[in-house]
Design a protein around this ligand. Structure first.
Ligand code: 13P
Ligand code: SF4
Length: 373
């Protein structure tokens, strides 16, 4: 269900069982909310585990049992014994947790509005139609790889076609695996991560960007002449960064170092000192010497966390006030967290993410292939 109130051009809600926050939870002040969250957690004990992505707000991260990148969170979900996994993240991450956890565990996404726009840029139905075109255009074997930032039905599709899932921390390994299985890779949905990974593997000459619906774009035969075919998806939070931000910073602050996420444009990654997943970004700042300066090219909440977590390091957002927060991640509001926890205390499960059984089995294959590489 999309309502006028929630409709934005940045969000595509994957699930239609959108439960809105009851009015009584809308104006809680932070002290009261913290007290209530802690009371509910004390009551629920080991029945609940809270996983928080690095881009979550401070008020979520502070209550999380584990904070990390997408790959680490999927491993934590796989190891979780709790009956309820509360996921501070976005829909595709919670779906992956549901796929990986046992059937008697429930994965709860406090707000169903937390849908990553990039995941919505490669819907399984679209990819299926494009796949028919690209595979008809070549005799070579194409292996599809989907970034974790995609929905379960696309992960299932990739598994069915011999492909797998990757995250920003293991995309290069997924490419290597794919080239052992076949001749070409179709990489979905993030063209920048795909391009950056091709460069990392010295395969920059093999890349083509392919949008099957662009009348001006390459036809399938032309696209299939290349070994790495990139879907035309991107993250608007990371596209915001430009090489000029790094040039300006280097001029003003020659002592500053730059770390960026591989969802950034190629020119940005090339100009940075370090590139890596959100956990690599965290580790880079954690390993810095006191007095060092690091500019962070990723979602703004993570830059703020790093500034708080490492007071002896100077942490700057790479493009200053122009750095964005992720509209999808922001939907996980601490009031929602209070609500879903108090509902669990009352024995009611709210906003449960349940991947359809027919997709679950196959998507699990694609995730297992990733966990094994
Ligand atoms: P990480 O896997 O690096 O945590 O990134 C997830 C993400 O959504 C980045 O935009
Ligand atoms: Fe999606 Fe970008 Fe948000 Fe990551 S930062 S969840 S890719 S919109």
């Amino acid at each position: 269900m999309e309502t006028a109130q929630f409709e934005t051009d940045l969000s595509l809600f994957k699930y239609d069982n959108l439960e809105q926050l009851p009015p009584a939870y809308r104006d809680l002040d932070e002290d009261e909310r913290t007290e209530r969250i802690e009371a509910a957690l004390a009551e629920l004990g080991d029945d609940v585990v809270i996983l928080g992505h690095n881009y979550q707000r401070r008020e979520i991260v502070e209550h999380a049992d584990f904070v990390g990148d997408s790959y680490q969170l999927s491993k934590e979900a796989a190891n979780a014994d709790a009956d309820y996994v509360i996921f501070g993240g976005v829909t595709f991450m919670a779906e992956s947790a549901d796929i990986i956890t046992d059937d008697d565990q429930s994965v709860i996404l406090p707000s169903m509005e937390a849908s990553c726009p990039m995941a919505g840029m490669a819907e399984a139905l679209q990819v299926d139609a494009a796949w028919a075109e690209i595979t008809a255009a070549t005799d070579d074997d194409i292996i599809p790889i989907t970034y974790m930032n995609s929905y379960a039905d696309l992960k299932a599709f990739c598994a069915e076609q011999g492909g797998l899932v990757c995250t920003s921390s293991n995309a290069h390994k997924a490419f290597e695996y794919a080239f052992e299985q076949g001749d070409k890779v179709l990489f979905l949905p993030d063209k920048h991560l795909g391009e950056n990974t091709a460069h990392r593997l010295d395969m920059a000459e093999e890349i083509v960007e392919w949008d099957p619906w662009d009348p001006e774009g390459k036809d399938p035969e032309e696209a299939a002449e290349n070994d790495i075919i990139l879907w035309d998806g991107y993250c608007q939070v990371h596209e915001r960064f430009r090489a000029s931000h790094i040039e300006d910073l280097r001029e003003e602050r020659p002592d500053a170092n730059v770390v960026v996420h591989p969802e950034c444009r190629r020119e940005v990654v090339e100009a940075a000192d370090v590139v890596g997943s959100t956990s690599t970004i965290c580790q880079t700042v954690a390993d810095a010497e006191p007095g060092d300066t690091w500019a962070i090219g990723t979602e703004i909440h993570l830059a703020k966390h790093l500034d708080r977590w490492h007071p002896d390091v100077e942490v700057l957002p790479l493009c200053g006030d122009a750095c964005m927060d992720c509209n999808a991640m922001r939907q996980i509001d601490p009031n929602y967290l209070t609500w879903v926890l108090e509902e669990l205390v009352e024995g009611r499960e709210r906003n449960v993410i349940e991947v359809a059984p027919e997709e679950k089995e196959l998507a699990q294959v694609a995730l297992d292939r990733m966990l094994e590489i």
